[in-house]
Design a protein around this ligand. Sequence first.
Ligand code: ATP
Length: 232
Amino acid sequence: TEGDSKGEIEFRHVSFKYPGASDYILRDISFTASKGETVAIIGSTGSGKSTLLNLIPRFMDATDGEILVDGQNVKNYKLEALRDKIGYVSQKAVMFSGSVTSNIAFGGEIKQSEDKVKRAVEIAQGKDFIEKMDQQYEGTISQGGTNLSGGQKQRLSIARAIYKDPEIYLFDDSFSALDYKTDRVLRSKLKEEINDATNIIVAQRIGTIKDADRILVLDKGEVVGIGTHDEL
Ligand code: ATP
């Protein structure tokens, strides 16, 4: 990231329902995540956490209200330009059949750089297990990543986002399959190495979100609490 790129996110009275549905999945959500901040979203299953995250790269569009990225409504961006700013790590890690390197540098128009892949893997705490693989970074991942554990897949999909070097990271329950120690080390590495990015983290574990600048508690699509871990 360079120039005046920032990565600020603002929700202004955002509501969402599926087209044709009567019930709102999200209601009147407002918050700001400034450059470099981490905002955590917690709430019970079905409360709307993934939906909230999915509105930012416009996998769906808000029904009411506005979402601004760097002061501009997401609807006014070229989709590609908007998504270029965002590293999205989905709930279920998606792996392709191919090498470790091609899985991490996938989709990038940037020329694959070995050093960049290695750095991303190291931050994502994948170095040890990849360097134990027969062909390491050229080792093969099977379709769907069936030869990897859930936690290994999560680490590779986090590495994929880091490789992209985005201004905004969206983590949808992306640490859930990691053991506590790996989770903790990975997050502190992220903080060190990508401290200028804006992060939104959906999580279940208190440990994962304790250090967030702000925690949003969602219940049935509404924000029922907002503050730091100590305040809530
Ligand atoms: P979890 O913690 O289980 O991932 P969540 O808080 O992320 O849950 P969402 O996945 O955002 O919740 O779902 C919010 C609500 O939207 C749920 O009631 C869900 O049933 C509903 N929902 C999700 N996808 C669709 C869809 N394609 N069509 C209609 N309703 C949907």
